[in-house]
Design a protein around this ligand. Structure first.
Ligand code: G6P
Length: 612
């Protein structure tokens, strides 16, 4: 939540900062600000409530602000309402230190009171202003050394932060510190960049450093020096980012979400190809050996949001193909659960960003308990990718739309491959069945393409849903897991109240909410359970519900019950979720744009939830 950027070089900083922030708006968009320095002059600070466009208009797209060194921020409010005063950058009373921050300072009240006693005044309600003034306090109290001042503040601060500050006495320099919030540093000829995420700087450089936890960096034009918390210089390897700059642009699509839905066939194919060669899954890059897979008897899948829904689907797949017990947990619950983790277990954390605070904490909790961990992660070099014992990278590329689509789909396919490999390593599948299932997984990309070819029909149906106030998604087994994701997609971008229920649970409560015209979207792909789900559809229909169904081609009899049926190509039912989710993504997208909402940036949400 919140996006930060910084630049120092010879070009004008403000347009670069605004451009970078535009790529980070998915991280927060209730207010934005920049601080730019022109040589030795004090920084000019411009900040305002509202989306980035307001700031861009105020500064004539940055052209009205002169200077070659600056920092910028797009905010998702935690402490203090969205307002110009609470927007970043924040500065010390005399402008000595100016900073932007992503994260949460947990003990900010205590630090604020201490600073007030020392004579500091506070303009905003933010924890960031406390961090900036704390740095200013130590800078003035001790040797007027930026690194030492930041290190002293870091020791006092509890919480998470990616912090970028400029000091009046050090023109052309930006100082950064990080703990548990994402931050990368980019370098090019005579230019240095800092950002919360790669897309913000991809246009300018592919060469990045990953700054570690409790580390500090000093950025000068084209040069970066890293320090540990003891202010000692440390070396960091330079990494080349493989994503191309176009992948973080809309590429002719009206919205990122639609573009990302259409990218699914390609990125799923890339993810499959990253571990499948010669008709076999190879996990050398994941670093999980067959012997390890044999010795495990319990899997915990831990994640948040849509990634949790991936886990819900995968539990059916893994339990069906192996003798493993699978438990799926919300990371925010798992991390605080007082329970003993089984010794021979594997904790799989799933995360697109690799930075979700609860998922990261759950991973650390598992490691502290001596349990082996595996991350299914999209962002290379992210905290989860760095800290998990093993990593399976999904190759979804940058995902910009807040509502995930392509990253979700890659996670799901990564999970299928994992399940298959577990079955093989544990000798719980015949070679023939293994080959059949792998061949089925390979058909997923082209089958999604077929679904996308028929999207106009879904758009037509979605238009009928624009004015509904409630929706229910029902299904059994894997279909229930997909219903959970379909329901989340609809509510998060179209603001329609929506619930997903295991179809068999309808009679235990939700059926009392069904009345004339209530919309019930059913997912019906699990061959063994089709008749059961149809019974539930009939039950709600006879109470006035309008029923639609997503089902597999051939199940034409569903048209007797549902007023609208969307067919997905035939596929092994274990993998049907990869196809049935696509029409639900499209329906949510079309309903949202039909209602005139900003589909890529739904209200109150941020893509990367780096606070609890
Ligand atoms: C946010 C995003 C979701 C995502 C969830 C978990 O809520 O909007 O799309 O599923 O966070 O994020 P992660 O990066 O851990 O997958």
């Amino acid at each position: 939540m919140c996006g930060i950027v910084g630049f120092t070089g010879t070009k004008q900083a403000a347009p670069i900062l605004l451009d970078g922030l535009s790529k980070l708006e998915y991280r927060g968009y209730d207010s934005a600000g920049i601080a730019v320095r022109d040589g030795e002059k004090p920084a000019e600070v411009i900040k305002e409530k509202g989306k980035l466009k307001v700031l861009a208009d105020m500064t004539n797209q940055g052209k009205a602000v002169k200077g070659t060194c600056g920092i910028g921020h797009t905010r998702w409010a935690t402490h203090g309402e969205p307002s110009a005063v609470n927007a970043h950058p924040h500065s010390s009373d005399d402008g000595n230190v100016i900073g932007v921050h992503n994260g949460i300072i947990e003990n900010y009240q205590e630090q604020r009171e201490k600073l007030i006693k020392k004579g500091y005044e506070f303009k905003s309600q933010t924890d960031t202003e406390v961090a900036v003034k704390l740095v200013d306090y130590y800078y003035k109290k001790y040797s007027q050394d930026p690194i030492e001042a930041i290190a002293r503040a870091m020791v006092r601060i509890r919480g998470s932060y990616a912090l970028c500050v400029m000091f009046k006495d050090f023109p052309g320099e930006i100082y950064c510190a990080r703990k548990d919030s994402p931050m990368i540093i980019g370098i090019a000829d005579g230019e240095s960049y800092v950002a919360s995420d790669v897309p913000a700087i991809l246009k300018y450089t592919r060469n990045v450093y990953y700054i570690g936890n409790m580390e500090i960096a000093k950025l000068e034009k084209g040069n970066v020096t890293f320090y540990n918390i003891d202010s000692e210089v440390i070396e960091k390897p330079l990494t080349e980012i493989k994503w191309d700059a176009e992948s973080a642009e809309k590429g002719g699509y009206e919205h990122f979400m639609l573009k990302e839905i259409h990218e699914q066939p390609k990125v799923i194919r890339d993810t499959i190809n990253s571990v499948v060669t010669d008709g076999k899954v190879h996990f050398d890059s994941v670093n999980l050996t067959d012997d390890e897979m044999k010795s495990i008897d319990q899997i915990y899948i831990v994640a948040c949001g849509s990634a949790y829904h991936v886990g819900m689907d995968l539990q059916y797949v893994i339990e069906s193909l192996t003798s493993l017990q699978v438990r799926v947990e919300l990371a925010s619950e798992f991390r605080y659960r007082d329970m003993s983790l089984r010794k021979n277990s594997l904790v799989i954390v799933i995360s697109q960003s690799g930075e979700t605070a609860d998922t990261l904490a759950a991973l650390r909790m598992a490691k502290d308990n001596g349990v082996k961990t595996l991350g299914i992660v999209n962002v290379v070099g992210s905290s989860i990718a760095r800290e998990a014992d093993n990593v399976f990278y999904t190759l979804a590329g940058p995902e910009i739309s807040v509502a995930t689509t392509k990253a979700y789909s890659c996670q799901l396919v990564a999970g299928y491959l994992l399940a298959l490999q577990f079955a093989k390593a544990r000798e719980e599948i015949t070679d023939e069945h293994y080959n059949e299932l792998l061949a089925e997984i390979n058909t997923i990309p082209e089958k999604i393409e077929k679904i996308l070819e028929n999207k106009e029909r879904l758009q037509w149906y979605s238009n009928k849903l624009i004015n509904i106030t409630d929706a229910f998604f029902i299904g059994r087994g894997i279909d229930y897991a997909i219903g959970l994701e379909g329901s989340l997609k609809l509510k998060e971008i179209s603001y329609i109240h929506s619930e997903a229920y295991a179809a068999g649970e309808l009679k235990h409560g939700p059926i009392s909410l069904i009345e004339d015209g209530t919309i019930v979207l059913s997912v019906v792909t699990q061959t063994k359970l089709i008749e059961k789900t149809i019974s539930n559809m009939v039950e709600v229909k006879s109470r006035g519900a309008k029923v639609m169904a997503v089902t597999t081609a051939g199940n034409y009899f569903l048209e007797d019950t549902a007023e609208f049926v969307c067919y997905i190509p035939q596929i092994e039912p274990l993998f049907a979720g990869s196809l049935s989710v696509v029409p639900l993504q499209l329906i949510s997208y079309y309903v949202s744009i039909g209602k005139g909402f900003d589909v890529d940036k739904p209200r109150n949400l941020a893509k990367s939830v780096t606070v609890e």
